[in-house]
Structure formats: structure tokens, C-alpha cells
Design a protein around this ligand. Sequence first.
Ligand code: PLP
Length: 394
Amino acid sequence: MGRLDSSALARELDALTVRDQFRVRSRVDTLDPGHPERCFVDGRALINFCSNDYLGLRAHPELIRAASEGMRSYGVGAGAAHLVCGHSAEHAALELELAAFLGRERALLFSTGYLANLGVLSALSGRHDVVLADRLNHASLIDGTRLAGAQLHRYAHADAHACGRLLDRYPDSRLIVTDGVFSMDGDVAPLTALAALAHARGSWLVVDDAHGIGVLGAHGGGSVADAGLDAAAVPVLIGTLGKALGTFGAFVAGDALLIETLIQRARTYLYTTALPPGIAAATRAALRIVRDEPWRRRHLQALVLRFRDRAAALGLPLSASMSAIQPILAGSSARALAWSDALLKHGFWVGAIRPPTVPQGSARLRVTLSAAHAQTQVDALVDALGEVVHQGLQ
Ligand SMILES: *Cc1c(COP(=O)(O)O)cnc(C)c1O
């Protein structure tokens, strides 16, 4: 309350340290473009098991070439928001290709996934509306309902019955909002059941598939495509470009009326600079690779199965995730940090995820696998995890 003073800030920061919640950034010095899973961090050579580059595309020569050509044609920055003069032919082509890829009428680019979620929720709901959401949804979805001023009710994680009970209590619920693949747990939402509920009760289902796009589904269409759900079942489909697609930015896909509404009303669309056109060009190249190189998805899936088999054989505390996100439950933040530090000494970079990103008492290592990894690297990681976890590090 009242004026800000620096000793209050210092006390708050100290409190974070005491709770093992103080965060520090590691500095990536270089990456080997031929091997994007290898990097130098704070002077140390590491194998990266914490990036969201699930298909190993972020340093792909085709993406780099497309980005460079896009920059030569349009400059580095977009120069303005889409509705001013920032909407290039590369953006327009990418929107058409995303819509076709996902079987939706239209797609709309946003500058980040965080902004897409704020924009969708504040354009589609307001102070008199009820929004139902999975308890473990991404922070940006929660912040979106806050910005909208909507009444938020959260149901137990991945529990469609619990969502149904909330619908009984709030029959006018406007939106049901869920991650497709949950970002910190790696499990997939019960999309078919949620879509049936939403349809029966006249709410709209909003799916944020940041971690499913490109990875899941026979053609990389994500968790929604994998569940066989079309635009009638999932009217609002959100995805990010900075994860499996290896670039930056996000999109919303849906029917023409939805997209036109977002263009007119989403403030995080209207009042922000468009993505760099070279990034749009690189994303088009990424979509072609997603389509033409299904081996990347198959290799990744094989690595997931191998990781789980070997980790289970060592008695490691796995979660019920079949995706590229494989959490290893630690419990306390101190233990998750100790495990992460010990893995660095073995040459592996695995992030410790702590509250408030995850609920109290569920700090964890978040291992992410990528098509860029070799099987031998995954095997070596599991061996190191076995040693580290069984050393009983606190
Ligand atoms: C990463 C992520 C976002 C945010 O996307 P950015 O483009 O990084 O802002 C939104 N939702 C989910 C589920 C995410 O994992």
C-alpha cells in the first residue's frame, strides 16, 4: 500500500529466496545450428532437455533461409500493427496456410501466445459472463479472464464430470477453456467429452494447443485434430508458433465470424506491432516440414516411449504423460533445484519448475524431448536421472 520503497522490494526478493522461489536466468552463449539440442550455457557444454523445440526446427536451414529472404524483402520489423501497415503478403499467406492446415475457415496471427489468449478471452467475454476453466490451465488463460473481468470458475484438472457439474450450477457459462496438452504436466485434456458438454449446453470450447500443434495428430494438426474434432466442436483453436514450429508468435483459428470479431475487438491484436514478416516466412517453411517430414513426429514418439520405459525400470517418479513433456515429480522446490543442479554436472539441462508455476508441493523437473535428440542422448539422460534421484538429494 502507498508509496514504493526499495527496502520493501528487497524484503520481497529475500522472501522468494527463503522459499526457493527465486529465479535466475541461465545465459545461452551459443547453439550448434546443426545440433540445436546442444548448447553452451554459462560456459558449459550441455544437452538441452528443457526447450519446447519439439521437432528440432528452430535452427533448420530452410527456416533460416526463409527468414533471411523475408527480411530482405520486408525489412526486419513489421513497422506497425496489422491494421496500420504491418500486414505483409507473408502474414496473409501464413494465415491462409494455417487455416488450411487446421481445417478452419480462417486463422489470425498474434504476436505471442500470451497476447492471443488475452485477446480471445477479453474479446469473447466480459464482466457479466461466466468462464469455466481447467485448474491447471496456462497462466495466460487465467490472466485473459482477469482482463475480461469475467467470472472464472475452475474445475478439477482434466475432469469433464467436474466441468459438467459447474455447467449445472452456471448454465449460462459462455466459454469452457482448456489447454490441449498441459504445459507443465504433458497430459492431454479430455477434449471429446468437453466438446460434447459444450455442444449440449451451448457454450463455446476454447482450446489452447500450444504444445500439441505440430506434434500430435497424424499430420501434426495437434490434440484437437488427434481427437477428430472440427470447428463445430472446437470453435476457438489457439496455437503458438514458438514451440514445435520453431519460430515465434501465435494464431487463433476458427470460422470467419470469429476471426473478424477478433480483428475488430481484440485489443492485443489491434494495439501491438505485427510479427516480423521474416518470422511469418520462416513459419511457412516450418509448416511445410511438419507436413513433409512425418519422421520427426515418429522419432519423437519413439523417444517418449523409450524414456518412459527406461525411467520406469529405474523406479523414477514419472507422470501419466505420453507427450514430449515428461515431468519427474520432486515435491519440494529445494529438491527439484538440487536435481536440476546435479544434472548440469552430468551435462544435461533440465528445468526445475516450482510454485507458483505449479501447485505447492508439486515442484518437478520438466524434461522435454525433441526430434533433435538422439536415442543415445535420451538413454544417457535417464541414467543420470537414475543416479541423481536415487542419491536422495534434498
Ligand atoms: C507457451 C504457452 C503460451 C504462451 O505462448 P507465447 O507465444 O510463448 O507467449 C500460451 N499457452 C500455453 C499453453 C503455452 O504453453
